[in-house]
Design a binder for this molecule. Structure first.
Ligand code: ADP
Length: 397
């Protein structure tokens, strides 16, 4: 089946056309600066790459049209007509408590996704715009599927998702832990089970998605039972620019002292904190490693805070599950940064984790990076959210 995967942001749209049978990416690219001056990129194996600026894209509908035109282009395209696209899978950030799995989109589903807008005011409206644009351009007969970042974590028990604040904020306002990166955690834990040759229903797994945004999830017998992100993706680990967990009293202290309003405070916590905030150097781990090696103490501290925090979560999630069979590293940092993986996993020998430094010297491909006699397997598994979205979409249509 050929599935078009769409990840729509407010002024951008990432796309991939996948064959779910062979799992091959037939073409992929990006529409950027939608509503501004329009930039379009297109890549397909054996075809000419397109990178075009000043493409008129006043709305997402023109962006989708540009994608379809490129896919069917007689010289450069990969399909002969739009009819070859069997379905479209959309990444949707927030599914609230309504969606515990992916779903085929109809009017009722659209209304329910709209109801989740207050929970993700920056993301869900853009995702909705992407869905509407696809329906408008491709017609109602092409099935559209929504795949939610939050859905995989809907199996968390109340003890993991309930905040210790007055209960009516949960009952009336749906304030609770939701968790994010669900598509990635689901994909890598399934791959881990495949790699270990054991049914996922028999495994206790900790998935570390460490990228620009980072989260850790405890996946027990195939179900997410706890995760580090919370009501929003601001919680949990310190990230590239996000603070992660902190004492809420700090907000009052800084807001009063510097006369900040809540928007200014949240801007600091979302955009100026994390490893960028501590180091004052960069949010990119490559820059921080370089600066650290050159003697920048704050860059080194930022890296240490990050690995310390991931280690702390691994310990607590192992406690929550009563043990762990395998720890998985994925996403930009998890897949590429051998030093971070080593720093995170070292000191965990007491719970059966023994790394193999040679095996850990690897990047961006599936590998076992723990020692042969390690009780807990440590795995590197590149994430593939687009493939997961395409497979969910194919399964539903
Ligand atoms: P996103 O959360 O935006 O999807 P990614 O998963 O792509 O992010 O991760 C991006 C981050 O991965 C970069 O900011 C960088 O810190 C890190 N990264 C990428 N390549 C490397 C590398 N070779 N070594 C260390 N860190 C890397």
């Amino acid at each position: 089946m050929k599935v078009l995967v769409i990840n729509a942001g407010s002024s951008s749209l990432k796309y991939q056309l996948l064959d779910t049978g062979t799992q091959d990416v037939l073409a992929k690219g990006l529409c950027e600066r939608i509503g501004i001056d329009g930039r379009f990129t297109y890549k397909a194996p054996g075809r000419e790459t397109v990178d075009a600026v000043s493409i008129p894209m006043p709305t997402h509908a023109e962006a989708i049209q540009a994608v379809l035109d490129a896919l069917v282009d007689p010289a450069n395209g990969v399909i002969s007509s739009m009819k070859e696209i069997d379905a479209v899978g959309h990444r949707v950030v927030h599914g609230g408590e309504t969606f515990a799995s992916s779903v085929k989109i109809d009017d009722k589903v659209m209304a329910a996704i709209e109801e989740c807008v207050p929970l993700a005011p920056l993301h869900n409206p853009a995702n909705i715009t992407g869905i509407k644009a696809c329906i408008a351009v491709m017609g109602p007969e092409v099935p559209q599927v929504a795949v939610f970042d939050t859905a995989f974590h809907q199996t968390m028990p109340p003890v993991a998702y309930t905040y210790a604040i007055p209960y009516e904020y949960y009952e009336n306002d749906k304030v609770r832990r939701y968790g994010f990166h669900g598509t990635s955690h689901k994909y890598v834990t399934q791959r881990a089970a495949d790699m270990l040759g054991k049914p996922i229903e028999s495994l206790k797994l900790i998935s570390c998605h460490l990228g620009n945004g980072s989260s850790v999830a405890a996946v027990k017998y195939g179900k997410s039972v706890d995760t580090s992100m919370g009501f929003t993706p601001l919680a949990g680990l310190p990230m590239g620019t996000r603070a992660g967990d902190l004492d809420a009293g700090i907000l009052e202290f800084l807001m009063k002292k510097y006369g900040l309003d809540i928007d200014a405070m949240l801007n600091i916590l979302n955009k100026k904190s994390g490893v960028l905030g501590v180091s004052g150097v960069s949010s990119d781990f490559r820059d921080l490693s370089k600066a650290g090696e050159e003697g920048n103490a704050r860059a080194a501290l930022a890296l240490d805070i990050f690995s310390y925090s991931v280690k702390k979560y691994i310990g607590s999630l192992a406690a929550v599950m009563g043990g762990v069979d395998a720890i998985i590293f994925t996403a930009g940092v998890g897949e590429n940064d051998a030093d971070q993986r080593m720093a995170i996993a070292s000191g965990l020998e007491f719970m059966g984790v023994k790394m193999d430094p040679d095996a850990n010297n690897v990047r961006g491909k599936e590998a076992v990076i723990s020692a042969i006699d390690s009780k807990v397997q440590v795995l590197l598994i590149p994430t593939n959210e687009e493939l997961m979205i395409a497979l969910d979409t194919a399964a539903l249509v």
